[in-house]
Design a protein around this ligand. Sequence first.
Ligand SMILES: [Zn+2]
Length: 446
Amino acid sequence: MNDIKTVDTIIHAQAIVTVNQANAILPLHSIIICAGKIRDILPTDDAQKQYQSSNTLDLSQHVLMPGLINAHGHAAMSLMRGFADDLPLMDWLNEHIWPAEAALVSSEFVYDGTELAIAEMIRSGTTCFSDMYFFPEAAAQCADKIGIRAQFTTPVFDFPSNWGTGPDDYLAKAQALIDQYKDNELIDIALGPHAPYTVSDEAMNAVKTMAETQGLAVHIHLHETTFEVETSKSDYGKRPIERLQALGLMNGNLQCVHMTTLNDDDIRIVADAGASIIHCPESNLKLASGMMPVQKCLDAGINVALGTDGAASNNGLNLFSEMRTAALLAKAVANDATAVDANTAIRMATINGAKALGLDKLTGSLEIGKAADFIAIDFSALDMQPIYHINSHIAYTHPADKVTHSWVNGKSLMSNRKLLGINEQDVIKRAQQWQKKLQQTQEQTV
Ligand SMILES: [Zn+2]
């Protein structure tokens, strides 16, 4: 045959979980990668006849699926994993996290913490994440070096921080980042007003104007606790969702994180606006913030994605674990075992995340023409047997430690569980050095 096409990468797999519209799972199929994109998905027998590559992998005991999308987190906070546990949100923030951040957060802290987080995310199957933290320029530089896909939301607060003097300064720094990354294939910049209780109407209006004129996404912690909703009612005479609607921010570019305290009017407003919800069940459970009514929101037609939140309130960045928790919790909240089934949980962690970040034409499912962002999971282990339904194992056995390979835009980021482009020992060493510094700040405040 002289019409065999030479391509960049060929992977033969036991099965491919596409997460396409029909949730097709294709046994004994191969994926063909060329120039960072999925060139073809076809039966392995046909692939062997039609394509050749010097980079061909036979993963006959593996399942390929889209890389997971962690749609909300604070990557650098991985350096505060286990720093302060078992506290409600406002005590945790006011007495522990914010004082430690004021003492230590810097460009170096953010770079090192982000690299620790990205290493953990790749090893647990994530290929795209959204991040909101100080010094996003350092976090973006780290992600760019490693080659993972990411959205950086530049934080906006009313008050000064180690990163800036106030809303005008934060938005000026956001503009500089937007300009720097406008042609970057893997990095998007969005605006991150922190939360209704930390951002005034004036600053919200500035965010709205900038988002509208430049077509930017807006990412906000919203309805995280009942306390937040009650405070808004007394301060503004409106629930936070109503306030954002009145300010003109409730639209299809809004990414609403948490949303544990929702009434039927709130759900209708979000559904009508076409905004996305990013559900962070483990962080909400740990901080006892509340429980989001996932099935009710899905039934209303809202796009619901998943996030881990920062490792300081989780305490990890394992989106498979989040997928399982989301499915289990949704059943308990709805008092209905059919709520958030395995397929739905997988879609929340993949294509719904892509939709929330405005990236669904590019990533989130394995389809011809999309970016080659995907992972391989080893299904040969004892605790994966027998295999009746592949999606059941993905959703319910949290197989993060069985993710062996990872690709973003066709580039390999992990092979046989070895990270490429990250020196794991060096990342661990730097995390331990920051631990000592954080412990010193704790001793000083006691
Ligand atoms: Zn958060």
